[in-house]
Ligand binder design. Structure first.
Ligand SMILES: Cc1cc2nc3c(=O)[nH]c(=O)nc-3n(C[C@H](O)[C@H](O)[C@H](O)COP(=O)(O)O)c2cc1C
Length: 199
């Protein structure tokens, strides 16, 4: 287990080779995900982030919905490669689908008209922070994850299948599971091009 925040931040990587053998009971994983989202900050403490957590067959069902939508738009001759890729994602143990509740956003816009233009932006920021919080919390438990975006392709299917409120807007999908193979090396751009420090 990493000893401090930066060690944990380095441990968190995009892991594509995931399996179903989680190192914790399902309920502990669910609690970890929920706690990470609850502790994430949001503009005006609006808590606009929502999540659908899928395990087992429900996770597999998500990937079948993606497959059927992609079958409609991917050329038949290349669909087998797409389908193989989806098999890889479905091999993971579970999914977290991240939503932002648009009722919260419009409610804030009405309440604080001066910031109206900012609330949709801050909602997106909140979602990104919540996603990173979950990614780190899973990494800390030795659970690998990758981030995917099959929205808006699957939005209606997801809404219908899991009875998701109409105001929840799907933003991202995190696939998680046991780590079958580690991430590869990661390249970093030059600090000098990235940071300006004045002191
Ligand atoms: C906002 C955002 C969107 C991303 N979208 C995808 C995606 O759709 N599919 C994917 O495989 N990885 C996606 N990633 C993962 C990045 O490719 C990955 O984080 C980056 O290459 C750095 O690698 P690391 O996560 O191992 O540090 C996304 C990451 C972020 C932060």
């Amino acid at each position: 287990m990493p000893e401090n925040y930066l060690a944990l931040a380095k441990q968190r990587r995009t892991i594509y080779a995931l399996g179903k053998d989680l190192p914790l009971p399902d309920d502990d994983v669910i609690q970890t995900i929920q706690d990470a989202i609850k502790q994430a900050p949001s503009a005006f403490n609006s808590q606009s982030s929502r999540a659908l957590i899928l395990l087992g067959n429900e996770h597999n069902k998500f990937w079948e919905l993606v497959r059927e939508q992609l079958r409609k738009i991917v050329p038949a001759e290349s669909f087998h490669a797409t389908s193989d890729k989806l098999d890889g994602f479905a091999a993971a143990a579970g999914s977290v689908l991240f939503f932002e509740d648009q009722d919260v956003v419009t409610g804030l816009q009405e309440q604080f008209a001066a910031y109206a233009d900012n609330f949709p932006i801050w909602s997106e920021h909140s979602s990104g922070i919540a996603q990173y919080a979950v990614w780190l919390a899973l990494a800390e438990k030795g659970i690998g994850a990758n981030l995917q975006h099959y929205n808006p392709l699957v939005d209606e299917d997801v809404q219908r299948t899991w009875n998701i409120p109409a105001s929840w807007k799907l933003r991202a999908h995190m696939n998680f599971g046991s780590i079958i193979a580690p991430a590869g090396d990661k390249a970093y751009m030059d600090d000098a091009k990235r940071f300006i420090v004045a002191k």
